[in-house]
Design a binder for this molecule. Structure first.
Ligand SMILES: *Cc1c(COP(=O)(O)O)cnc(C)c1O
Length: 486
Protein backbone atom coordinates (compact mmCIF):
# COMPACT_ATOMS: atom_id res chain seq x y z
CA UNK A 1 0.00 0.00 0.00
CA UNK A 2 1.38 3.40 -0.95
CA UNK A 3 1.79 6.27 1.47
CA UNK A 4 -0.64 8.30 -0.59
CA UNK A 5 -3.46 5.80 -0.35
CA UNK A 6 -2.81 5.48 3.38
CA UNK A 7 -3.32 9.19 3.76
CA UNK A 8 -6.44 9.39 1.62
CA UNK A 9 -7.99 6.46 3.47
CA UNK A 10 -7.36 8.18 6.78
CA UNK A 11 -8.93 11.34 5.40
CA UNK A 12 -11.95 9.68 3.86
CA UNK A 13 -12.81 7.16 6.55
CA UNK A 14 -14.67 4.34 4.82
CA UNK A 15 -16.02 6.43 1.98
CA UNK A 16 -14.79 5.82 -1.57
CA UNK A 17 -11.49 7.37 -2.52
CA UNK A 18 -12.93 8.24 -5.88
CA UNK A 19 -16.62 9.04 -5.94
CA UNK A 20 -16.81 9.02 -9.74
CA UNK A 21 -15.57 5.45 -9.80
CA UNK A 22 -18.00 4.54 -7.07
CA UNK A 23 -20.87 6.11 -8.99
CA UNK A 24 -20.00 4.19 -12.15
CA UNK A 25 -19.73 0.90 -10.24
CA UNK A 26 -23.02 1.56 -8.43
CA UNK A 27 -24.83 2.28 -11.70
CA UNK A 28 -23.44 -0.87 -13.29
CA UNK A 29 -24.47 -2.95 -10.30
CA UNK A 30 -27.93 -1.43 -10.29
CA UNK A 31 -28.23 -2.33 -13.96
CA UNK A 32 -27.19 -5.88 -13.20
CA UNK A 33 -29.76 -6.08 -10.41
CA UNK A 34 -32.51 -4.71 -12.65
CA UNK A 35 -31.51 -7.16 -15.42
CA UNK A 36 -31.82 -9.95 -12.90
CA UNK A 37 -35.35 -8.91 -11.95
CA UNK A 38 -36.44 -8.17 -15.50
CA UNK A 39 -35.31 -11.65 -16.50
CA UNK A 40 -36.76 -13.30 -13.40
CA UNK A 41 -38.61 -15.93 -15.43
CA UNK A 42 -35.51 -16.99 -17.38
CA UNK A 43 -33.32 -19.88 -16.47
CA UNK A 44 -33.87 -22.55 -13.84
CA UNK A 45 -36.00 -21.74 -10.79
CA UNK A 46 -33.26 -22.71 -8.38
CA UNK A 47 -29.59 -22.41 -9.26
CA UNK A 48 -27.38 -23.87 -6.53
CA UNK A 49 -24.13 -22.01 -5.93
CA UNK A 50 -21.53 -23.98 -7.94
CA UNK A 51 -18.83 -25.75 -5.92
CA UNK A 52 -16.09 -23.69 -7.58
CA UNK A 53 -17.83 -20.45 -6.55
CA UNK A 54 -18.32 -21.43 -2.94
CA UNK A 55 -14.61 -20.86 -2.37
CA UNK A 56 -15.01 -17.17 -3.31
CA UNK A 57 -16.94 -16.71 -0.10
CA UNK A 58 -14.82 -19.08 1.93
CA UNK A 59 -11.80 -16.86 2.49
CA UNK A 60 -9.90 -16.06 5.68
CA UNK A 61 -10.93 -12.95 7.60
CA UNK A 62 -9.39 -10.19 5.45
CA UNK A 63 -7.10 -7.77 7.28
CA UNK A 64 -6.54 -5.84 4.07
CA UNK A 65 -9.76 -5.28 2.21
CA UNK A 66 -10.01 -6.65 -1.34
CA UNK A 67 -11.19 -3.25 -2.58
CA UNK A 68 -14.48 -2.11 -4.00
CA UNK A 69 -13.94 -3.39 -7.56
CA UNK A 70 -13.43 -6.94 -6.38
CA UNK A 71 -16.37 -6.69 -4.01
CA UNK A 72 -18.64 -5.31 -6.73
CA UNK A 73 -17.66 -8.23 -8.97
CA UNK A 74 -18.56 -10.70 -6.26
CA UNK A 75 -21.84 -8.98 -5.52
CA UNK A 76 -22.81 -9.20 -9.16
CA UNK A 77 -21.75 -12.84 -9.39
CA UNK A 78 -24.01 -13.74 -6.49
CA UNK A 79 -27.17 -12.46 -8.17
CA UNK A 80 -28.33 -15.72 -9.85
CA UNK A 81 -27.97 -17.85 -6.73
CA UNK A 82 -31.08 -17.00 -4.76
CA UNK A 83 -33.51 -19.58 -3.43
CA UNK A 84 -35.54 -19.00 -6.59
CA UNK A 85 -38.44 -17.06 -5.13
CA UNK A 86 -38.21 -14.32 -7.73
CA UNK A 87 -39.10 -16.91 -10.40
CA UNK A 88 -42.73 -17.40 -11.54
CA UNK A 89 -42.56 -21.14 -10.80
CA UNK A 90 -41.31 -20.89 -7.24
CA UNK A 91 -44.03 -22.62 -5.21
CA UNK A 92 -42.17 -23.76 -2.10
CA UNK A 93 -43.05 -23.08 1.55
CA UNK A 94 -44.55 -19.57 1.69
CA UNK A 95 -42.21 -17.09 0.06
CA UNK A 96 -43.00 -13.69 -1.36
CA UNK A 97 -41.64 -12.73 -4.73
CA UNK A 98 -40.21 -9.23 -4.26
CA UNK A 99 -40.59 -6.24 -6.58
CA UNK A 100 -38.18 -4.02 -8.50
CA UNK A 101 -39.70 -0.96 -6.79
CA UNK A 102 -38.50 -2.29 -3.46
CA UNK A 103 -34.88 -2.20 -4.66
CA UNK A 104 -35.19 1.57 -4.88
CA UNK A 105 -36.66 1.81 -1.40
CA UNK A 106 -33.73 -0.24 -0.09
CA UNK A 107 -31.25 2.13 -1.72
CA UNK A 108 -32.88 5.16 -0.11
CA UNK A 109 -33.17 3.42 3.27
CA UNK A 110 -29.51 2.54 3.04
CA UNK A 111 -28.52 6.10 2.11
CA UNK A 112 -30.45 7.49 5.09
CA UNK A 113 -29.15 4.77 7.43
CA UNK A 114 -32.04 5.54 9.75
CA UNK A 115 -32.39 3.94 13.17
CA UNK A 116 -36.03 3.57 14.10
CA UNK A 117 -35.62 2.82 17.80
CA UNK A 118 -37.02 6.27 18.46
CA UNK A 119 -36.34 10.00 18.24
CA UNK A 120 -37.94 12.57 15.95
CA UNK A 121 -36.98 12.09 12.29
CA UNK A 122 -38.56 11.41 8.93
CA UNK A 123 -38.38 7.62 8.99
CA UNK A 124 -40.50 7.42 12.14
CA UNK A 125 -43.36 9.18 10.35
CA UNK A 126 -43.20 6.69 7.50
CA UNK A 127 -43.56 3.78 9.93
CA UNK A 128 -46.47 5.56 11.65
CA UNK A 129 -48.15 5.97 8.27
CA UNK A 130 -47.70 2.31 7.43
CA UNK A 131 -49.18 1.30 10.79
CA UNK A 132 -52.16 3.60 10.22
CA UNK A 133 -52.74 1.97 6.82
CA UNK A 134 -52.46 -1.47 8.38
CA UNK A 135 -55.03 -0.63 11.09
CA UNK A 136 -57.32 0.51 8.33
CA UNK A 137 -56.72 -2.61 6.24
CA UNK A 138 -57.64 -4.97 9.08
CA UNK A 139 -60.40 -2.89 10.68
CA UNK A 140 -58.49 -2.34 13.93
CA UNK A 141 -59.42 0.75 15.98
CA UNK A 142 -57.49 4.01 15.57
CA UNK A 143 -55.85 3.62 18.96
CA UNK A 144 -54.35 0.23 18.15
CA UNK A 145 -50.56 0.08 18.21
CA UNK A 146 -48.12 -1.83 16.12
CA UNK A 147 -44.55 -2.41 15.22
CA UNK A 148 -42.80 -3.42 12.04
CA UNK A 149 -40.52 -6.35 12.77
CA UNK A 150 -38.52 -8.93 10.86
CA UNK A 151 -41.39 -11.36 10.49
CA UNK A 152 -44.28 -13.22 12.06
CA UNK A 153 -42.01 -15.23 14.36
CA UNK A 154 -40.95 -12.08 16.22
CA UNK A 155 -44.39 -10.49 15.90
CA UNK A 156 -45.84 -13.55 17.66
CA UNK A 157 -43.40 -13.21 20.55
CA UNK A 158 -44.27 -9.53 20.95
CA UNK A 159 -48.02 -10.18 20.93
CA UNK A 160 -47.88 -13.16 23.27
CA UNK A 161 -45.66 -11.30 25.70
CA UNK A 162 -48.32 -8.60 26.02
CA UNK A 163 -50.96 -11.32 26.50
CA UNK A 164 -48.84 -13.13 29.08
CA UNK A 165 -48.01 -10.01 31.09
CA UNK A 166 -51.60 -8.83 31.13
CA UNK A 167 -52.73 -12.24 32.34
CA UNK A 168 -50.22 -12.03 35.19
CA UNK A 169 -51.23 -8.47 36.10
CA UNK A 170 -47.83 -7.25 34.86
CA UNK A 171 -45.98 -8.81 37.81
CA UNK A 172 -44.13 -11.06 35.35
CA UNK A 173 -42.15 -8.08 34.09
CA UNK A 174 -40.19 -7.86 37.31
CA UNK A 175 -40.72 -11.27 38.85
CA UNK A 176 -40.77 -13.62 35.88
CA UNK A 177 -43.44 -16.23 35.38
CA UNK A 178 -42.51 -18.24 38.50
CA UNK A 179 -45.03 -20.98 39.07
CA UNK A 180 -47.68 -19.47 36.81
CA UNK A 181 -49.97 -22.05 35.33
CA UNK A 182 -50.73 -20.22 32.10
CA UNK A 183 -51.99 -22.29 29.20
CA UNK A 184 -52.91 -21.32 25.65
CA UNK A 185 -54.84 -22.93 22.79
CA UNK A 186 -54.34 -23.38 19.09
CA UNK A 187 -54.82 -26.09 16.47
CA UNK A 188 -52.52 -28.86 15.33
CA UNK A 189 -52.07 -26.92 12.06
CA UNK A 190 -50.46 -23.97 13.80
CA UNK A 191 -47.02 -22.77 12.76
CA UNK A 192 -44.05 -23.86 14.86
CA UNK A 193 -43.29 -20.24 15.79
CA UNK A 194 -46.21 -20.25 18.25
CA UNK A 195 -44.81 -23.06 20.40
CA UNK A 196 -41.39 -21.44 20.13
CA UNK A 197 -42.84 -18.18 21.46
CA UNK A 198 -44.27 -20.08 24.44
CA UNK A 199 -40.81 -21.52 25.01
CA UNK A 200 -39.04 -18.17 24.72
CA UNK A 201 -41.58 -16.50 27.02
CA UNK A 202 -40.83 -18.98 29.79
CA UNK A 203 -44.22 -20.68 29.62
CA UNK A 204 -42.86 -23.82 28.03
CA UNK A 205 -44.06 -25.19 24.73
CA UNK A 206 -46.04 -27.80 26.69
CA UNK A 207 -48.35 -25.01 27.88
CA UNK A 208 -49.63 -24.68 24.31
CA UNK A 209 -52.57 -27.01 23.72
CA UNK A 210 -52.71 -28.13 20.09
CA UNK A 211 -56.28 -29.11 19.37
CA UNK A 212 -57.46 -31.39 16.60
CA UNK A 213 -58.95 -29.97 13.41
CA UNK A 214 -62.05 -30.75 11.39
CA UNK A 215 -62.06 -32.06 7.81
CA UNK A 216 -61.29 -28.52 6.59
CA UNK A 217 -58.26 -28.39 8.92
CA UNK A 218 -59.91 -25.71 11.11
CA UNK A 219 -59.64 -25.88 14.89
CA UNK A 220 -62.34 -28.13 16.38
CA UNK A 221 -64.42 -25.75 18.51
CA UNK A 222 -65.99 -28.44 20.68
CA UNK A 223 -62.61 -29.90 21.52
CA UNK A 224 -61.38 -26.39 22.29
CA UNK A 225 -64.18 -25.60 24.75
CA UNK A 226 -63.82 -28.99 26.42
CA UNK A 227 -60.07 -28.49 26.85
CA UNK A 228 -60.52 -25.03 28.37
CA UNK A 229 -63.04 -26.40 30.88
CA UNK A 230 -60.79 -29.32 31.73
CA UNK A 231 -57.79 -27.03 32.26
CA UNK A 232 -59.75 -24.68 34.49
CA UNK A 233 -60.97 -27.63 36.55
CA UNK A 234 -57.35 -28.73 36.93
CA UNK A 235 -56.42 -25.31 38.36
CA UNK A 236 -54.61 -24.02 35.28
CA UNK A 237 -55.02 -20.48 33.95
CA UNK A 238 -56.10 -20.29 30.31
CA UNK A 239 -54.96 -16.93 28.93
CA UNK A 240 -54.69 -16.94 25.15
CA UNK A 241 -56.39 -18.41 22.13
CA UNK A 242 -54.43 -18.46 18.88
CA UNK A 243 -56.29 -18.66 15.61
CA UNK A 244 -54.65 -19.19 12.26
CA UNK A 245 -55.58 -17.26 9.13
CA UNK A 246 -53.82 -19.32 6.47
CA UNK A 247 -52.19 -22.42 7.94
CA UNK A 248 -48.89 -23.39 6.36
CA UNK A 249 -49.83 -26.92 5.36
CA UNK A 250 -52.82 -26.23 3.17
CA UNK A 251 -54.01 -22.68 3.83
CA UNK A 252 -56.87 -23.34 6.27
CA UNK A 253 -58.47 -20.35 7.97
CA UNK A 254 -59.95 -20.98 11.40
CA UNK A 255 -63.48 -19.77 12.14
CA UNK A 256 -62.25 -16.48 13.56
CA UNK A 257 -65.70 -15.17 14.51
CA UNK A 258 -66.35 -18.25 16.59
CA UNK A 259 -62.92 -17.93 18.18
CA UNK A 260 -63.63 -14.27 18.98
CA UNK A 261 -66.89 -15.32 20.70
CA UNK A 262 -65.12 -17.98 22.73
CA UNK A 263 -62.33 -15.58 23.65
CA UNK A 264 -64.89 -13.04 24.83
CA UNK A 265 -66.89 -15.57 26.88
CA UNK A 266 -63.79 -17.15 28.38
CA UNK A 267 -61.93 -13.84 28.86
CA UNK A 268 -58.99 -14.95 26.78
CA UNK A 269 -56.68 -12.86 24.63
CA UNK A 270 -57.34 -13.68 20.97
CA UNK A 271 -54.21 -13.68 18.85
CA UNK A 272 -54.32 -14.40 15.13
CA UNK A 273 -51.38 -15.77 13.15
CA UNK A 274 -52.12 -14.33 9.75
CA UNK A 275 -48.57 -14.55 8.42
CA UNK A 276 -49.65 -14.76 4.80
CA UNK A 277 -53.41 -15.34 4.90
CA UNK A 278 -54.36 -12.13 6.71
CA UNK A 279 -53.54 -10.16 3.57
CA UNK A 280 -56.50 -11.94 2.04
CA UNK A 281 -58.43 -8.91 3.36
CA UNK A 282 -57.26 -7.21 0.16
CA UNK A 283 -59.13 -9.73 -1.98
CA UNK A 284 -62.92 -9.80 -2.39
CA UNK A 285 -62.75 -13.56 -2.76
CA UNK A 286 -60.91 -14.15 0.52
CA UNK A 287 -62.14 -11.32 2.77
CA UNK A 288 -65.39 -13.03 3.86
CA UNK A 289 -63.41 -16.02 5.14
CA UNK A 290 -61.46 -13.71 7.46
CA UNK A 291 -64.51 -12.34 9.20
CA UNK A 292 -63.76 -11.99 12.92
CA UNK A 293 -60.12 -11.02 12.36
CA UNK A 294 -61.07 -7.42 13.18
CA UNK A 295 -62.06 -8.55 16.69
CA UNK A 296 -58.64 -10.01 17.57
CA UNK A 297 -56.59 -8.58 20.43
CA UNK A 298 -53.48 -9.00 18.34
CA UNK A 299 -52.44 -9.97 14.84
CA UNK A 300 -49.08 -11.09 13.48
CA UNK A 301 -48.51 -11.09 9.73
CA UNK A 302 -45.85 -10.61 7.07
CA UNK A 303 -45.37 -8.03 4.37
CA UNK A 304 -42.66 -10.20 2.81
CA UNK A 305 -45.05 -12.99 1.86
CA UNK A 306 -48.25 -12.06 0.07
CA UNK A 307 -47.43 -8.37 -0.23
CA UNK A 308 -44.13 -9.21 -1.92
CA UNK A 309 -42.10 -6.72 0.10
CA UNK A 310 -38.42 -7.61 -0.08
CA UNK A 311 -37.22 -9.72 2.85
CA UNK A 312 -37.61 -9.07 5.68
CA UNK A 313 -40.69 -7.28 6.96
CA UNK A 314 -43.50 -8.42 9.22
CA UNK A 315 -45.85 -6.68 11.61
CA UNK A 316 -47.56 -7.00 14.95
CA UNK A 317 -50.76 -5.12 15.59
CA UNK A 318 -52.22 -4.85 19.11
CA UNK A 319 -55.72 -3.63 19.81
CA UNK A 320 -54.96 -2.07 23.19
CA UNK A 321 -52.01 0.29 22.91
CA UNK A 322 -51.72 0.57 26.69
CA UNK A 323 -51.35 -3.21 27.09
CA UNK A 324 -48.76 -3.24 24.34
CA UNK A 325 -46.65 -0.44 25.78
CA UNK A 326 -46.96 -1.77 29.31
CA UNK A 327 -45.38 -5.04 28.21
CA UNK A 328 -42.23 -3.41 26.81
CA UNK A 329 -41.76 0.18 27.95
CA UNK A 330 -38.61 0.63 30.00
CA UNK A 331 -36.69 3.78 29.21
CA UNK A 332 -33.47 4.36 31.11
CA UNK A 333 -32.31 7.96 31.54
CA UNK A 334 -30.12 8.05 28.47
CA UNK A 335 -33.11 7.12 26.32
CA UNK A 336 -35.56 9.53 27.95
CA UNK A 337 -37.77 11.39 25.53
CA UNK A 338 -38.21 15.12 25.33
CA UNK A 339 -40.97 17.36 24.08
CA UNK A 340 -38.64 19.20 21.69
CA UNK A 341 -35.49 18.45 19.74
CA UNK A 342 -34.28 15.15 18.35
CA UNK A 343 -35.35 13.16 21.42
CA UNK A 344 -39.03 14.11 20.93
CA UNK A 345 -41.55 12.09 18.96
CA UNK A 346 -42.94 10.07 21.89
CA UNK A 347 -43.75 7.32 22.38
CA UNK A 348 -40.76 5.69 20.73
CA UNK A 349 -40.97 2.35 18.92
CA UNK A 350 -38.56 0.86 21.49
CA UNK A 351 -41.52 0.94 23.90
CA UNK A 352 -43.38 -1.62 21.80
CA UNK A 353 -40.90 -4.40 21.26
CA UNK A 354 -37.62 -6.02 22.25
CA UNK A 355 -35.32 -4.15 19.87
CA UNK A 356 -33.73 -0.75 20.38
CA UNK A 357 -31.91 -0.24 17.08
CA UNK A 358 -34.18 -0.97 14.15
CA UNK A 359 -33.66 -0.53 10.43
CA UNK A 360 -35.97 1.29 8.04
CA UNK A 361 -38.12 -1.68 6.96
CA UNK A 362 -41.12 0.61 6.90
CA UNK A 363 -39.88 2.36 3.77
CA UNK A 364 -40.11 -0.65 1.49
CA UNK A 365 -43.57 -1.42 2.88
CA UNK A 366 -44.68 2.16 2.36
CA UNK A 367 -43.25 2.07 -1.17
CA UNK A 368 -45.03 -1.15 -2.06
CA UNK A 369 -48.44 0.05 -0.86
CA UNK A 370 -48.03 3.57 -2.23
CA UNK A 371 -46.81 2.42 -5.65
CA UNK A 372 -49.33 -0.35 -6.32
CA UNK A 373 -52.30 0.44 -4.07
CA UNK A 374 -54.29 -2.15 -2.17
CA UNK A 375 -56.57 -3.03 -5.11
CA UNK A 376 -53.68 -4.20 -7.24
CA UNK A 377 -51.97 -5.99 -4.36
CA UNK A 378 -55.30 -7.65 -3.61
CA UNK A 379 -55.71 -8.66 -7.25
CA UNK A 380 -52.43 -10.58 -6.97
CA UNK A 381 -53.81 -12.44 -3.94
CA UNK A 382 -56.96 -13.18 -5.88
CA UNK A 383 -55.12 -14.48 -8.91
CA UNK A 384 -52.98 -16.84 -6.82
CA UNK A 385 -56.12 -18.30 -5.22
CA UNK A 386 -57.66 -18.81 -8.66
CA UNK A 387 -54.46 -20.51 -9.86
CA UNK A 388 -54.42 -22.86 -6.86
CA UNK A 389 -58.07 -23.69 -7.46
CA UNK A 390 -57.36 -24.36 -11.15
CA UNK A 391 -54.52 -26.70 -10.23
CA UNK A 392 -56.86 -28.46 -7.81
CA UNK A 393 -59.32 -29.02 -10.65
CA UNK A 394 -56.63 -30.34 -12.97
CA UNK A 395 -55.62 -32.80 -10.26
CA UNK A 396 -59.17 -33.90 -9.58
CA UNK A 397 -59.91 -34.58 -13.21
CA UNK A 398 -56.72 -36.62 -13.70
CA UNK A 399 -56.87 -40.34 -12.99
CA UNK A 400 -53.15 -40.47 -12.16
CA UNK A 401 -53.23 -37.68 -9.57
CA UNK A 402 -54.87 -37.30 -6.20
CA UNK A 403 -55.86 -34.18 -4.29
CA UNK A 404 -54.64 -34.50 -0.68
CA UNK A 405 -56.61 -31.63 0.88
CA UNK A 406 -59.27 -29.19 -0.25
CA UNK A 407 -57.86 -26.03 -1.85
CA UNK A 408 -58.84 -23.51 0.84
CA UNK A 409 -56.79 -20.55 -0.30
CA UNK A 410 -53.60 -20.47 -2.39
CA UNK A 411 -52.15 -23.90 -1.61
CA UNK A 412 -52.76 -27.10 -3.52
CA UNK A 413 -51.52 -30.35 -1.96
CA UNK A 414 -51.64 -33.35 -4.21
CA UNK A 415 -49.69 -36.43 -5.26
CA UNK A 416 -49.07 -38.55 -8.30
CA UNK A 417 -50.48 -42.06 -8.00
CA UNK A 418 -49.27 -45.07 -9.95
CA UNK A 419 -50.72 -48.57 -9.82
CA UNK A 420 -48.65 -51.19 -8.07
CA UNK A 421 -47.30 -48.80 -5.44
CA UNK A 422 -48.32 -49.07 -1.79
CA UNK A 423 -48.46 -46.01 0.48
CA UNK A 424 -44.74 -46.19 1.25
CA UNK A 425 -43.98 -46.43 -2.45
CA UNK A 426 -46.20 -43.45 -3.18
CA UNK A 427 -44.46 -41.41 -0.49
CA UNK A 428 -41.07 -42.21 -2.04
CA UNK A 429 -42.34 -41.47 -5.56
CA UNK A 430 -43.69 -38.05 -4.65
CA UNK A 431 -40.64 -37.07 -2.63
CA UNK A 432 -38.49 -37.92 -5.64
CA UNK A 433 -40.77 -35.92 -7.95
CA UNK A 434 -40.38 -32.80 -5.81
CA UNK A 435 -36.59 -33.15 -5.66
CA UNK A 436 -36.29 -33.69 -9.42
CA UNK A 437 -38.54 -30.69 -10.15
CA UNK A 438 -36.22 -28.58 -8.02
CA UNK A 439 -32.99 -30.08 -9.36
CA UNK A 440 -34.09 -29.80 -12.98
CA UNK A 441 -34.98 -26.15 -12.32
CA UNK A 442 -38.50 -26.58 -13.70
CA UNK A 443 -40.43 -25.56 -10.62
CA UNK A 444 -39.90 -25.41 -6.89
CA UNK A 445 -42.81 -26.77 -4.88
CA UNK A 446 -42.10 -28.18 -1.42
CA UNK A 447 -43.30 -31.30 0.38
CA UNK A 448 -45.52 -31.83 3.36
CA UNK A 449 -47.28 -34.66 5.19
CA UNK A 450 -51.05 -34.75 5.29
CA UNK A 451 -52.72 -37.54 7.27
CA UNK A 452 -49.25 -39.08 7.43
CA UNK A 453 -48.77 -39.20 3.64
CA UNK A 454 -46.34 -37.25 1.49
CA UNK A 455 -47.91 -34.52 -0.61
CA UNK A 456 -46.46 -32.25 -3.26
CA UNK A 457 -47.26 -28.87 -1.80
CA UNK A 458 -47.74 -26.03 -4.26
CA UNK A 459 -48.03 -22.69 -2.50
CA UNK A 460 -48.69 -19.75 -4.78
CA UNK A 461 -47.73 -16.43 -3.24
CA UNK A 462 -46.21 -15.25 -6.47
CA UNK A 463 -47.26 -12.21 -8.50
CA UNK A 464 -45.20 -13.46 -11.47
CA UNK A 465 -46.98 -16.80 -11.85
CA UNK A 466 -48.99 -17.00 -15.07
CA UNK A 467 -51.61 -19.64 -15.73
CA UNK A 468 -49.19 -21.38 -18.14
CA UNK A 469 -46.76 -21.88 -15.28
CA UNK A 470 -49.34 -24.06 -13.52
CA UNK A 471 -49.68 -26.16 -16.66
CA UNK A 472 -45.91 -26.50 -17.01
CA UNK A 473 -45.71 -27.71 -13.42
CA UNK A 474 -48.56 -30.17 -13.84
CA UNK A 475 -47.17 -31.82 -16.96
CA UNK A 476 -43.67 -31.97 -15.45
CA UNK A 477 -45.05 -33.84 -12.41
CA UNK A 478 -46.66 -36.36 -14.74
CA UNK A 479 -43.56 -36.77 -16.90
CA UNK A 480 -41.26 -37.26 -13.91
CA UNK A 481 -43.68 -39.75 -12.30
CA UNK A 482 -43.65 -41.74 -15.54
CA UNK A 483 -39.85 -41.62 -15.74
CA UNK A 484 -39.44 -42.84 -12.18
CA UNK A 485 -41.91 -45.71 -12.51
CA UNK A 486 -40.92 -46.70 -16.07
C1 LIG B 1 -44.19 -17.94 7.54
C2 LIG B 1 -45.13 -18.17 8.65
C3 LIG B 1 -44.78 -17.89 9.98
C4 LIG B 1 -43.41 -17.40 10.34
O1 LIG B 1 -43.20 -16.13 9.79
P1 LIG B 1 -41.71 -15.56 9.54
O2 LIG B 1 -41.99 -14.29 8.82
O3 LIG B 1 -41.01 -16.57 8.69
O4 LIG B 1 -41.09 -15.37 10.85
C5 LIG B 1 -45.73 -18.06 10.95
N1 LIG B 1 -46.96 -18.53 10.66
C6 LIG B 1 -47.35 -18.83 9.40
C7 LIG B 1 -48.73 -19.32 9.15
C8 LIG B 1 -46.44 -18.66 8.35
O5 LIG B 1 -46.81 -18.94 7.10
Amino acid sequence: MTAKSDRSKARGGLDPENWENFRARAHALLDAAIDRMQGAEQGPVWTPLPEEDKCHYDIPLPRDGMGSDAVARQLEQLLPYGVGNTHPRFFGWVHGTGTPGNMLAEIVASAMNANLGGRDHGAIYVEKQVLAWVRDMFGFPDGASGLIVSGTSIATIVALKAARDRALAWTSRANGVGGANLVGYTSDQTHSCVARAFDILGLGSGALRKLPTNTSFQIDLNALCAQIAEDRAAGLQPFVLIGTAGAVNMGAIDDLSALADIARDEQLWLHVDGAFGALGVLSDRVRPKLSGLERADSLAFDFHKWMHVTYDAGCVLIRDEADHRRAFSERPDYLKGATRGLAAGNPWPVEYGPELSRGFRALKVWTQIAEHGTDRLGAMVDRNCAQAAALGQMVESAADMELMAPVALNICCFRAVRSGLDETGLDALNEEIVIRLQEQGIAAPSMTKLHGRTAIRVNITNHRTRDEDIEILFSAVRRIADEITA
